[in-house]
Design a protein around this ligand. Sequence first.
Ligand code: GUN
Length: 287
Amino acid sequence: MAQIIDGRAMARALSAETTARVEALRTRTGHAPALAVVLVGGDPASEVYVRRKIAECCKAGILSVEHRLPADTAQATLLDLIERLNLDGDIDGILIQLPLPEQIDAALVLDRIDPAKDVDGFHPVNVGRLSTGTGGLVPCTPLGVMKLLDSVVDDYRGLDVVVIGKSNIVGKPVAMLLLEREATVTVTHIETRGLPDVARKADIIVAAAGVPHLVRGYWVKPGAIVIDVGITRIMQEDGSTRLVGDCAMEELAHARAVTPVPGGVGPMTIACLLSNTVTAAERARHE
Ligand code: GUN
């Protein structure tokens, strides 16, 4: 059987480290790290994510300041709020929950966040720093993916990695992080020709297409490592819902290690958000 990489346990360990960093910062400077969380509208999935992020901040001793705006908020109003948060010395991190309503240009909004407070790592400055390997804040899910992989991989040099999905949030940044470790990275997507054959050559597959059960057993080489980033809520016959990943996990017994959904990448994403917030707070105080 494939080893199951326990994202919940790893997230607990990372959050314990983050909690210790919060305490240390508070002792040295008297300042508790603070994260502003902005939610525009009432998208149900976003509500769940935001609630979870705030609860985890609270457990780690990070102050969270919630800003809830109605779905019909004008872009200028949101930009004003970001400007105030940028200037607020007590706020270390700013998180604008995506997706934003359609009257708002998300790229423009993300562009206005102070890169030093951009704990999501979505600002073009942080994207550029990631692609040149020059520091900056790294997006939470890709950072979590790397920590999960680090628990089973010592040396990435020359390994064949296939990333499925080309999003700005996961596919592209995770490819950059793996290139930095000198893996041979192939970024694929739903239009890639012969995707099962491409995937089957991989030592590591990172599945981030958002397509339930896309990756089947025959796509995976025996002994490969599979990180499942997909989280889709599907309706079952009895009317209840269930979270499913991008991989048909029951067909992956021949893999060396896999991440479950739920309980794999998801908890690590939130733990990395907390860690990024404390990193931003430490840097703001020149530590
Ligand atoms: N919506 C879905 N994933 C994310 C994320 O990582 N950050 C933010 N801000 N919004 C999201």
